[in-house]
Design a binder for this molecule. Sequence first.
Ligand SMILES: Cc1cc2nc3c(=O)[nH]c(=O)nc-3n(C[C@H](O)[C@H](O)[C@H](O)COP(=O)(O)OP(=O)(O)OC[C@H]3O[C@@H](n4cnc5c(N)ncnc54)[C@H](O)[C@@H]3O)c2cc1C
Length: 506
Amino acid sequence: MDDITRTAPAPWPEPVTIDKADPRYPDLAGRGINARFPAAPAAIGLPATPRHVAELVADAVSAGRRLAVRSGGHCFESLVDHPELDVVIDLSEMKAVGWDPEHRAFAVEPGASLGAMYRTLFLGWGVAVPAGRCPEIGVGGHVPGGGGGALSRRYGLSVDHLYGVQVVVADGSGRARLVTATREPGDPNRDLWWAHTGGGAGAFGVVTRYLFRSPDGDGRLLPPAPAAVTKKTVRWSWDDLDEARFVALVRAFGLWHERNSAPGDPGAQLDNSLTLPRAGGGEVTLETAFDAGRPDAAELADALIADLGRAAGSSPEVAAETRSFLAAVLVPDEFAGVKGRFKSKAAFLRSCWEEDVVARLYRRLTDQAGYQNPAAAFYLLSHGGAINAVGQEETAMAHRDAVLKAYGSVFWWDPREDETHLGWIRDTYRELFADAGGVPDPDRGYGGAFVNYADADFADPELNRSGVPWHRLYFRGNYARLQEVKGRWDPGEVFRHALSVRPPGA
Ligand SMILES: Cc1cc2nc3c(=O)[nH]c(=O)nc-3n(C[C@H](O)[C@H](O)[C@H](O)COP(=O)(O)OP(=O)(O)OC[C@H]3O[C@@H](n4cnc5c(N)ncnc54)[C@H](O)[C@@H]3O)c2cc1C
C-alpha cells in the first residue's frame, strides 16, 4: 500500500464501525439528501485514513456484505441509500484540503465539501477548481462525474484539472489496496485516472484523495479565482408571458448560447441560468454572472438581457449585485438542510429547443388543471465554452459539444404523493424529448445526460423504452473503454449501483 503523509494526526487510530444500536447511527445514516430513499445499512464505517478505508472494504468483501460509499450525501438517486446495501463507508471525516509536494498538486480529500475546497484554495493560493454551484456537495461524489459550475465556461470542468486520484480498489479476490493513478502518459495506472474523469462515482473503488493541477503548458497550477462576481437578475411575471412570448424568451436564451459558446468565445465569460418555474411557483428568472473586474463581460451581460427583453416583449428591472468570490460561491443551496422528496431529470442540449418543444414546456408549466405543485421547475444552465475545448475521448466525460444543460426538478413532502409528482416530471421530460424516444439521444441531435445528475429511470426498461441504453446517454462513445477499466480494477463488481459501469460482457 502506498504511504500517505498526513499533516494532522488521524482522529482515531482504527476505523470506527457503527451499528444500528449505536447513538451515532441516525446522524450518519440520515445524511443523504433525498427523503425518498431511507437508509438502513447494517453498519456504517467511518474511516479517518486511506488504510482505514482499505480495511473497511476488505472486511465487507470477506464477509460477503455489499457496500457503498458516501461523501457529501448529495446523490439524487438511491445509489448509496439502497435496501440491498449492508455497509456504507462514510468519508465525511476525511476532509483535508492542502498542497501535496510529492505530486506538486493540490490534494483534496473526498469528504471535503465544495465550499471547503473553494475556501482553502482561494485563501491559500487565490485559485479555484471549477466545480459545482452548491457548496454543500461532497468533492468525493462530484468529481468523477465531471464536476462543473459557474467557472466552467471559462476554465472547463473539475476533471479538466484533475492530475490524479488515490483510490482503494478491490481485486477479484476481494483484497483491497491503495493505488495512485495520474494522467502522466507513462503511468501504468493512467486508465484508472481516466475513468475518474467522467466515468461516474462509486464505480471503480473508493477515492481517498483527489490531486488537482491544470494540464502542463498553461503556466499555472489552477485557474485564478476572480476577486468578485457580479450577478444580474431579471424576473418576468407569468402575467406578462403568454405562450408566444414564453417561447420567444426561451428561444432567445438558447440561441444566444448557440452563438456564444465556442471555446474562447467572449460570451464564455458569462455563466447564465434561466429558471422556468411552474406558474404560481415563482417568476421566470434570468441570472447572468461574471467576473466583476471585466467591463467587457458586463457589456455582454447587458446585451444578453436586452436580447431577452426584446424577445419577451418587456424589459423588467435589472437587479445587480456584486459579491466577493467566497461570498458568491458559498451561498447555500435553497434546499440546504431541508430533507424532502425530489426527483430530477436532466439533459445536455447541443442546440436550442425548437419552438414546438418550448411550447409543450409552456403548457406543462402553466397547466393548473392536471397538476398543482408550485415546487416544480425546469432550468436551462450554461454549458460549452472551455468545456468544449477538450476532446470527447481525452477524458471520460464525453459531453464536449453541448451548449446548455436542461434540468427539471420536482419537490414534495408526502410519500402518498410520490406517483403524482414522479408522473409529472417523467411525462414532461418524455414530451420534451418525444422526437428521440423520450430521452436526449446523442444520435438524434441531443447531447445525452449528465451522470452527476443521476437518473436511474434511464436504466429501467419500464421507464426508458427508447432503445437507447443508459450508458450511451451518460458516457456516449467512451463506454467500451470504461468497461475495460472496470474489468481491470473491479472485476468482481464490489463497487456497483444502478448507474455504475459494468465489466466487459456484463
Ligand atoms: C443541490 C444540488 C446541486 C448540484 N449542483 C451541481 C453542479 O453545479 N454541478 C455538478 O456537476 N453537479 C451538481 N450536483 C450533482 C452532484 O455533483 C452529485 O450529486 C454528486 O455525486 C454528489 O456528490 P456527494 O459526495 O455529495 O454525494 P454522495 O451521495 O455522497 O455520493 C454520490 C455518489 O458518489 C459516490 N461516491 C461518493 N464519494 C465517493 C468516493 N470517495 N469514492 C468513490 N465514490 C464516491 C457514491 O457512492 C454515490 O454513488 C448537484 C447536486 C445537488 C443535490
